[in-house]
Write a protein that binds this ligand. Structure first.
Ligand code: NAD
Length: 356
């Protein structure tokens, strides 16, 4: 028997989560006089037909389709969307639906919240990463000057609709990518979720509805308490300081890795830092490394890459007064933020990842 979706009216954002969420959401769109949908080409092919079928009474006035991929999450593509909105004479009553993965919700949220000083938008994530992470929490933006998410704004969607129905057509490496973020919630705040996952390859997971609902609610809880990332939300950055440097490095070489591959590697490095610079037990670090190695191949890096990776880290938005702060683990299920770590230890953590 299929469960019904959960409806969370947590102002200013409403969430509909779980099997059946897509169809349920139709009535929530009633009040918007004009609806424009943003997709990328894969989502247009695989998900837009599902959207139309499940929401037959929603009148879409315009579909804007962009090229897929992180390389396209940039200002040029934003200009393209702003132009399309202008040509379609979109006014401030309109709603932009971001139907897609994290690239679509990041760029769509940014474009919507800056167009005419802000039109409303709604996120319908279609990738696992989008469902458990990118579509939730109001961070929007684009990459700029070889740095990820360098230009953007905090802006909340009106509604986020999370329905696993879209995942049937998702490529395996994108499942894997989203799974890294799911594991992260287990590590930073949800020991029970970690227990559900531990020892499994992502392809062995059966009840995705349960896992996605749990992970999405973990993120919602955090961002409701700390939207502007002044405190507890920083815990979500576990694995991301080093992971973003990996992601940017591979993006710049033209051999992009997925977000999840990069931050899985980052979580191994920052797990090691949690042991060396903080209080994570070595046994738990081994458990973490083991779980990531079950699910991810190691990135093709050598010690010679480390200086460049350190340079990239210095551009990270988490740098304050030239110093790098990390979110680390005290133990599995409990994280801590604002831990300053000596750069020699950071180098050692990358060597641990590369050579072990
Ligand atoms: N704003 C945030 O809080 C936040 C958090 C985490 C990640 N992000 C961002 O999210 C992005 C990564 O998100 P992503 O992994 O979803 O990337 P993505 O949007 O590029 O999607 C991955 C690929 O899957 C395709 N796709 C998506 N849904 C599909 C479906 N149902 N069927 C078939 N193909 C589908 C897309 O076309 C794309 O080719 C990065 O830019 C990252 O910086 C943002």
């Amino acid at each position: 028997m299929k469960s019904s979706p959960i409806f969370l009216d947590t102002k200013p954002v409403a969430y509909v989560i779980g099997d059946g969420a897509l169809a349920y959401s139709e009535k929530l769109l009633d009040s918007y006089p004009r609806i424009i949908v943003l997709v990328d080409e894969n989502v247009e092919k695989h998900c837009l037909p599902v959207f139309r079928e499940q929401l037959p009474n929603v009148n879409i006035s315009e579909v804007i389709s962009i090229r897929s991929g992180e390389e396209k999450k940039n200002l040029d593509q934003s200009v393209y969307i702003w132009n399309r909105l202008t040509q379609a004479k979109v006014d401030r009553d309109a709603l932009l639906i971001n139907l897609g993965g994290g690239v679509v919700s990041d760029i769509g949220g940014f474009v919507a919240s800056t167009f005419k000083r802000g039109i409303r938008f709604v996120n319908y994530p279609t990738s696992l990463l989008g469902m458990v992470d990118a579509a939730i929490g109001g961070k929007t933006g684009v990459d700029f000057g070889n740095f990820k998410n360098q230009v953007g704004v905090f802006a909340d969607p009106d509604i986020v609709v999370i329905d696993p129905i879209f995942l049937d057509t998702l490529e395996e490496k994108q499942w894997q990518s989203g799974f890294a973020e799911v594991m992260k919630y287990g590590l930073i705040l949800d020991r029970e979720l970690w227990r559900w996952l531990y020892g499994k390859h992502f392809k062995e997971i059966e009840d995705w509805n349960k896992i996605i609902t749990r992970a999405a609610r973990d993120k919602i809880d955090i961002v409701r308490h700390d939207f502007r990332e002044k405190g507890i939300r920083k815990n979500l950055n576990y694995g991301h300081t080093i992971g973003h440097a990996f992601e940017t490095y591979f993006l710049n070489t033209g051999n992009a890795v997925t977000h999840g591959q990069a931050i899985a590697a980052g979580m191994i490095c920052e797990g090691w830092l949690s042991t060396e610079a903080y209080e994570l037990e070595w046994k738990q670090l081994q458990e973490i490394v083991n779980m990531f190695d079950i699910n991810f191949d190691r990135l093709p890096l050598s010690d010679a890459h480390i200086p460049e990776l350190l340079q990239l880290m210095k551009q990270d938005k988490k740098v304050r007064g030239g110093r790098l702060n990390y979110s680390l683990l005290r133990k599995i299920g409990k994280a801590i933020h604002n831990i300053e770590v000596d750069s020699n230890l950071v180098i050692e953590s990358m060597k641990f990842y590369i050579n072990n």
